[in-house]
Design a protein around this ligand. Sequence first.
Ligand code: ADP
Length: 629
Amino acid sequence: MEQKQFQAESKRMLDLMIHSIYTHKEIFLRELISNASDAIDKLYFRSLTDENVGITRDAFCIELKPDRDARTLTIIDNGIGMTAEELEQNLGVIAHSGSRAFKTENQLDENTDIIGQFGVGFYSAFMVAKRVTVRTRAYGSETAYVWQSEGVDGYTIDTCDKETVGTEIILELLEDTDDENYGEFLEEYRLRALVKKYSDYIRFPIRMETTHQHLKEGTENEYESHTEVETLNSQTPMWKKNKNELTDEDYDKFYLDKFHDYNKPLVHIHSRSEGAVTYNSLLYVPTKAPYDYYTKDYEKGLQLYASGVMIMEKCADLLPDHFSFVRGLIDSEDLSINISREMLQHDRQLKLIAKSVEKSIKNELTKLLKNDREKYEEFWKAFGIQLKFGVYNGFGMNKELLQDLLLFHSSGCEKEDGFTTLAEYVTRMREDQKFIYYAAGESVTRCQSLPASELVRDKGMEVLYLTENVDEFALKMIASYADKEFKNVSAGDLGLESEEDKSALEAKNAEAKDLFDAMQKALGDKVKAVRLSNRLKSHAVCLSSDGHLSLEMEKVLNTMPTGEKVQAERVLELNADHPVFATLQRLLTTDPDKLSAYAELLYQQALLIEGMPVEDPVALSKMICDLMI
Ligand code: ADP
């Protein structure tokens, strides 16, 4: 029979997993049980509309069969099964589900916690088994197939005999070593404990034939054994349990199992809602963003149950984009099990649920921000950008909802990497302060060193440091907070000067008009104007922008793959108190050519200070050398 190869990435992942010293090898069982339960869910769901399925709800079950003599553990389900193509697709490619796919080679670096990042699913079987055999028959198919693999070398698929629909997974356990006891996965007590620990809530019975010894009646030391079929799990869905009965650990465990994450969640929200619509919800905010979160491959959504039956794996309509990181489930008695996806989208109940889910997430985050700042900042680092996009998207439609959840770096924070909310900024504002100031740049250090931000700080006012591309766009959407407008420190009038200062500056500008005309001419349409400003303290020069588009926004917009290139209205600002200014004035009459060269040089410097590329580095370098000779 032909040996097929795993796809290249799958092979490497498998190899890593088999050789990893992963301490929780035991999780293989919950992964396989969870797959079995999903498969049963699918067939049960089918049975509600298709009478040919011919299995009643209470006949669905998962069976564990340890066989000490053969050293095998078999996991059997009477779920939907797999066709030959599905076998190939699902088990030939690691992480077919996409929720776990990984992309780049460097993510496969030995040091990264790959299992932690991607989950392991079916492949975890190879952490404990030297050979895995999957015998399966899909619902509606006459043929059954057997898939077999010993790990990295590939797998085979063949037809086989199987009477019933469903899947059997046979694990031939690895030999025990000094450090590892794989044999214990054949022990009843161990399997029972593992099911309790990881799979207790699974809604279908997990059964195992167990043997009990007891004294033979009428004897004192003769034992007899009898067997019985034991159900190992309690089957009550976690979300239907009473909150008081559950510990944080229970919630965490459920999350890790159900949502295939290896980091504990940051917070959980468990609630029951009665009113316009009745539902139970169990929602989680993850601690870390999944590796694909900020890509278009990420699918948002909550699991949707109608009276305990899962009807949708990822219902996107239940989660707004700004909270797309939330994982969890909704179970409502008010939804019909037979509702189609198309109908669901227009369902009034579903819309009500979505609204109230949004509200409770917002409330929970607000609570976290108030009560546990450290945790909130951890959340912010993982998902803050998403909230800022949320403010920006839809023309600011959600700004009211989200603005108080935003954090920014700021000159007002004690630590350089600290954060402030807008509300906190406002409480620190000086009485006469007209604006909420911000500086935009690629890092806090960069924002700090912008000449204009130095000036605002020296006046005793706080400057928000916007370091993400989306930041300034989000602020433009909010426009003002607590009646204070936002102001970019590099933009036109900062509102810091007294009327006298202003007119003094105007007079100086008028005086130097010839100089500025000459410089402007030398620079052509690179700048809209050259002028003096009060914005500069120690620096000789800076760039600012007139109009709505800032230099930072220009940078961001121009990196977008589509769309026209834009240019902010650039203004070259000079410091009248800097000795360079006197030099320029002298050159206007003595050496106009040199003045043109200096104008160019100052403009290029200003670009560098702004963190923008100089237009022609070679020409610039040559020009500097020419001036040095
Ligand atoms: P995931 O569960 O995240 O999708 P797995 O690697 O665990 O990833 O499984 C891959 C796929 O194989 C599943 O999505 C499912 O389609 C299929 N599969 C696994 N186990 C079973 C099973 N017992 N019955 C039917 N299909 C299964």
